[in-house]
Design a protein around this ligand. Structure first.
Ligand code: THU
Length: 163
């Protein structure tokens, strides 16, 4: 029998309507939703749009980009973050909104970012020494707002772990 148990707890604020979000988060979600139109997902038909709010007020968007060689594709979040850090390496990423829809379906539950995207969010969050908020929505459903990307990665591994 183990000596003790550890528990990790994740909290998110839940909103039913986009109008209940902070104005800047509403704008960001709208931008992620707009990005959905340019998702390239011919194989999964699962479209994802991401929008990042930078310190300088810029909003940077990205979508999932699939490939016939499946692993060569990339998620919307990483498309957006890599673009943001390439164009504006000095700007902090204050929040990222992620919206997803599946062709022909509505009311998805919010889609949690994949493990690789969580790891990349953590990288930038740790470097910028400021929390990155994460807002997720299945297009047509509720909004979950996390106050930190790190919250999505219990037992996180970052440069601090390398010593
Ligand atoms: N996808 C994202 O864009 N973000 C995620 O966090 C999860 C998955 C994409 C990758 C692929 O194009 C499609 O969704 C189905 O996995």
């Amino acid at each position: 029998m183990s000596k003790e148990k550890l528990t990790w707890k994740i909290e998110a604020e839940v909103y039913d309507s986009i109008n209940d979000l902070l104005p800047e988060h509403k704008k960001l979600v709208e931008s992620a939703k707009e990005a959905l139109k340019t998702a390239y997902a011919p194989y999964s038909k699962f479209n994802v749009g991401a929008a990042i709010m930078l310190d300088n007020g810029e909003i940077v968007r990205g979508t999932n980009q699939e490939n016939a060689a499946y692993p060569s594709g990339i998620c919307a979040e990483r498309t957006a973050m890599f673009w943001a850090n390439s164009q504006f390496p000095k700007e902090k990423m204050l929040a990222i909104a992620i919206v997803a829809n599946k062709e022909g379906e509505v009311n998805l539950t919010p889609v949690g970012p994949c493990g690789s995207c969580r790891q990349v969010m953590l990288e930038y969050e740790v470097n910028q020494e400021e929390l990155m908020k994460v807002i997720i929505q299945g297009e047509g459903g509720q909004f979950y707002v996390f106050s930190s990307a790190g919250d999505l990665l219990p037992l996180k591994f970052s440069k601090d772990s390398l010593g």
